[in-house]
Design a protein around this ligand. Structure first.
Ligand SMILES: NC(=O)c1ccc[n+]([C@@H]2O[C@H](COP(=O)([O-])OP(=O)(O)OC[C@H]3O[C@@H](n4cnc5c(N)ncnc54)[C@H](OP(=O)(O)O)[C@@H]3O)[C@@H](O)[C@H]2O)c1
Length: 342
């Protein structure tokens, strides 16, 4: 390690959270009808927290988030790359800087996508979910997570088995609450009915929703969540970076399009840039950045408990925090007209 790197490492290792962290404007919302409050903005560790990424940058981002009232950190068994390494890195940050703050943090993880070889490292079986959570807890150095999610529906496992496994996990003390993810309205209904009978603290469905992707509006999930009393926690609220200025002047080498597998260059169409220019004008009139407008729009409906942003720098996190979920009807109509434009 050279001198500058060593200095930064030592400074960060000794850094402590900002005592003013709850005075920085973050609002908290109850997850459905539960007693648990989440910050309107949560931080997700899907990208930029893997073994290939810069550790001091990760630590800096966790501090920046926590210092601004972001108490919810979202992980999954397979986040990396390498799969599992985001949990390892986050566990190290917790141990070195946040062990005294565990009770001020919400930490979630998930299992449901392929994680290890053989028939027990994928899907929704009790065998997979229980073993995967044990692995996640070891990687993060934790006794329990606050929320454990089934990451995606598994058509090959009876939903009763998955729900009974989630309930058993809560009863074992390894998770305080459970959630589901990527379940549509019908799938969420099947799970809710079983989990309700079990009196299992099921509080959230984690789904993709943003100005460019309205799938959750189409099958009645929002209405069902409201009626059943669970919240929606929204991932990729910035469409993986498309709803920001990230690609305004070309494709940066350190961007998700260049570094990752999940966002492709062909998403950058002239229509997209036309929409972004028009949305930016509305954002400016509301004294917000484009990403702040996009996040506020998702949060305009209180069935949405939190938006989980990703980031590759602390500056990005700071650019996303001025949430104002109230919109005039004129603003909503203008946004709708822009998004429906070809
Ligand atoms: N349950 C699921 O199946 C599922 C699926 C996907 C995600 N998730 C969760 O949701 C979290 C968020 O997803 P996401 O990362 O796709 O969210 P996102 O907030 O839509 O996109 C994050 C990316 O947008 C860019 N960005 C963010 N703020 C910016 C700003 N102010 N200016 C310029 N660029 C900005 C960054 O891209 P660059 O990296 O290019 O800088 C950042 O990595 C994940 O970490 C994960 O926890 C869950």
């Amino acid at each position: 390690m050279d001198d500058t790197k060593m200095k930064r490492f030592m400074q960060n290792k000794e850094r402590i959270p900002d005592p003013m962290r709850y005075k920085n404007g973050m609002n908290y919302r109850r997850a459905g009808k539960s007693g648990l409050k989440l910050p309107e903005v949560s931080l997700g560790l899907w990208h930029n927290f893997g073994s290939v990424d810069n550790f001091e940058n990760m630590r800096d981002m966790v501090f920046t988030a926590f210092d601004h009232g972001v108490t919810m950190f979202d992980l999954a068994n397979n986040y990396g790359p390498r799969g599992g390494s985001a949990e390892v890195n986050f566990g190290r940050i917790l141990k070195e800087n946040f062990s005294a703050y565990r009770d001020e943090m919400l930490i979630s993880t998930k299992a449901g996508f392929g994680m290890w070889k053989g028939p027990y490292g994928d899907g929704g079986s009790r065998k997979y979910l229980v073993a995967s959570l044990d692995q996640s807890l070891r990687r993060m150095g934790l006794d329990y997570v606050d929320i454990f999610y089934h990451h995606r529906p598994d058509p090959d496992t009876p939903i009763e088995e998955t729900c009974l496994a989630l309930d058993a996990i809560v009863r074992s003390g390894k998770a305080l609450y459970v959630g589901i993810s990527n379940y549509n309205a019908e799938q969420a209904k099947s799970a809710t009915e079983i989990l309700r009978d079990l009196k299992c603290p099921f509080i959230l469905d984690q789904v993709c929703y943003n100005l460019l992707n309205r799938n959750v509006e189409k099958d009645g999930l929002k209405e069902y969540a409201r009626e059943a009393g669970f919240g929606l926690i929204v991932y990729s609220p910035l469409a993986q970076g498309l709803l920001t200025d990230r690609y305004l002047h070309g494709i940066p080498e350190d961007s998700r399009i260049r570094k990752g597998r999940f966002l492709k260059e062909d998403a950058l169409t002239p229509e997209l840039f036309r929409k972004l220019a028009a949305l930016r004008e509305i954002a400016q009139a509301r004294s917000q950045t484009l990403p702040e407008l996009a996040l506020s729009w998702v949060l305009r409906d209180d069935v949405v408990t939190s938006v989980i942003i990703g980031a590759s720098s602390s500056e990005q996190i700071l650019d996303n925090l001025r949430i104002n979920p109230s919109f005039t009807q004129e603003e909503l109509d203008a946004i709708e007209a822009i998004c429906n434009r070809e």
